[in-house]
Design a protein around this ligand. Structure first.
Ligand SMILES: [Zn+2]
Length: 317
């Protein structure tokens, strides 16, 4: 009896393991470690790995039950002192459009010394665009999903000029307003430095501030308000010919935030709203069987959402 019970349980466990469902894309899918190309209907999508970064479990899962976290670390082979995580940017090409989603952390020749701390930011995005024969002048639009350094560092050069001089910039109004009023006074100085350098100058440029729960800043792209991580973060539903790619930005920083939508991170500003946004995006992706692109998951961060009972799960694709 006991043995039968064990077999049933272990069978259920094995079928729940994400590795068992790993299924490679077609052979042309991987274009090297830093550039991945897929098509969503008529939209050509190129995912770039700008940089690899390291996070800590104590920042990613601040309220996790200790035992549950230990089990998860074993199950997913997580080193709590070193959770590798990419920064990405995505280029969408269709008709005469070249749309960049987020801009990486930027490239600085020298380490950035900020209040006694040294930061090395050598983002690869500009080099990778060049490698793909994309000129900076050809970028028609840039969508910035929120204002954290890893998403905005590649907007302006050191001299203050725009890296993509012809682009129109698309940003949710709530994100703009939060970071340009006293509401953000207590935010880390480094974040504000990046915003002053990269975002504030956009007010004199081609800037489209969109608003509301849903907006369509460009054909084939629906911005979905996904606040919590920041007040005006958006996820993007990229759609063409009934195919979808849901770019979830930082609504989830790790696949464990899909299994545990209430596990909070040190990088989220409003935990309740972050949880609501997570559930909203999971429902949307699951019901429509959308391909999902997660900024901070293992590069290129593509996968789909599964649901068993009330339990969500992530499957890399
Ligand atoms: Zn981020």
């Amino acid at each position: 009896m006991q043995r039968r019970k064990f077999l049933t349980t272990s069978g259920a466990l094995i079928s729940a393991l994400p590795l068992m469902r790993l299924k490679p894309f077609n052979k042309d899918f991987f274009m090297g470690d830093e550039v991945v190309k897929i098509n969503i209907g008529k939209i050509n999508c190129t995912i770039f790995r700008d940089l690899m970064f390291k996070y800590l479990a104590k920042d990613f899962f601040i309220n996790a039950n200790e035992d549950e976290l230990k089990q998860a670390e074993i199950k997913y082979n997580i080193n709590p002192d070193n959770i590798p995580s990419p920064f990405i940017a995505v280029l969408l090409q269709y008709d005469d459009k070249k749309i960049l989603i987020d801009t990486g952390v930027g490239f600085l020749d020298e380490p950035l010394i900020f209040r006694g701390e040294s930061y090395v930011f050598k983002g690869r995005l500009q080099q990778l665009l060049q490698q793909e024969n994309i000129k900076k002048e050809d970028i028609t639009d840039v969508i910035v999903t929120h204002f954290h350094p890893d998403h905005i560092g590649g907007i302006c050069k050191a001299d203050g000029n725009l890296i993509f001089p012809n682009a129109q910039f698309h940003i949710h109004e709530d994100e703009w307003n939060y970071w340009h009023t006293s509401q953000s006074d207590n935010q880390p100085a480094l974040f504000k430095y990046f915003i002053e350098k990269n975002i504030t100058p956009l007010k004199n440029q081609k800037l489209n501030l969109f608003k509301g729960e849903f907006a369509d800043p460009l054909t084939g792209i629906t911005a979905i308000k996904a606040e919590g991580h920041t007040p005006g973060q958006v996820a993007l539903n990229i759609h063409s010919d009934n195919e979808h790619l849901l770019y979830i930005s930082d609504a989830f920083l790790h696949p464990l935030h899909i299994e545990h939508t209430d596990w909070q991170t040190n990088y989220d500003l409003d935990y309740d709203k972050a949880k609501q946004s997570r559930i909203k995006l999971l429902e949307l992706a699951y019901k429509n069987n959308m391909l999902v692109n997660a900024f901070h998951f293992n590069f290129p961060g593509l996968g789909r959402i599964d649901k068993t009972g009330n339990n969500w799960a992530w499957n890399y694709q």
